[in-house]
Every structure is written in structure tokens, then in C-alpha cells.
Design a protein around this ligand. Sequence first.
Ligand code: SF4
Length: 111
Amino acid sequence: MNPAARKKALRYFFQKVVDPLGYKFTPDEELAEFCLEQEVILERRYGVPFCPCKRITANRYEDMQIVCPCIPFHREHFDAMKRCWCGLFVHKDVVDPATLKQVSEKKFRKG
Ligand code: SF4
């Protein structure tokens, strides 16, 4: 499958996963396209669409938690930010994603 078609397919599947979780694709189309492009490249290399913003560790347990969409594994953290770490997905009520703050998991856990 060519990269453009795979990107389109990922959009289709991801939408079905994130919708019941209360998320949608970011309205920032440029960011969405960039993230999806990177995921297509990662998927070609590793066989799964890993997160383009996180480090692959080669530890299977850890790496499975960064397969997109990783929202179920990081629900509390992402819900607090109203976005996923990369910003590919945001809460459904978000109109302007630029207003959302990215808070590290470490900082979030400290409160
Ligand atoms: S942080 Fe966002 S883009 Fe990255 S894997 Fe998780 S849901 Fe996907």
C-alpha cells in the first residue's frame, strides 16, 4: 500500500478507536498529517504504527504502550491535558488545540 493510502487507512481505523474514548483528530491538519506520515514510516520499519513522539525501547511491554492510538494506556494523563502526547488527538470539545498545554507525565504525576 502506498504511503498516502496507508495514511488514509490509519485515519479511518484510528477514528473508530478514539471516538468512543471521547477524542477526535486535532483540527490542526498540518500536525495531523505530519504525525500520520511519521507513523506510516514507523509502521513500515517496525510493523506497527508506533508513536512518532516517543522513544522505542525494545522492551515489548513498554513499547506496546506507545502504539497509536495509545490513549487507553495514558488515559488520566491525556485527559488532564485534553490531548494525547503528540497532539494528534484532542478531546472532542477542543476547538483551538494551540491553547492546550503539554505537561510531562512526571510533572502530571507529581500534581
Ligand atoms: S501520543 Fe498520540 S500520536 Fe502518539 S501514540 Fe499516543 S495517541 Fe498516537
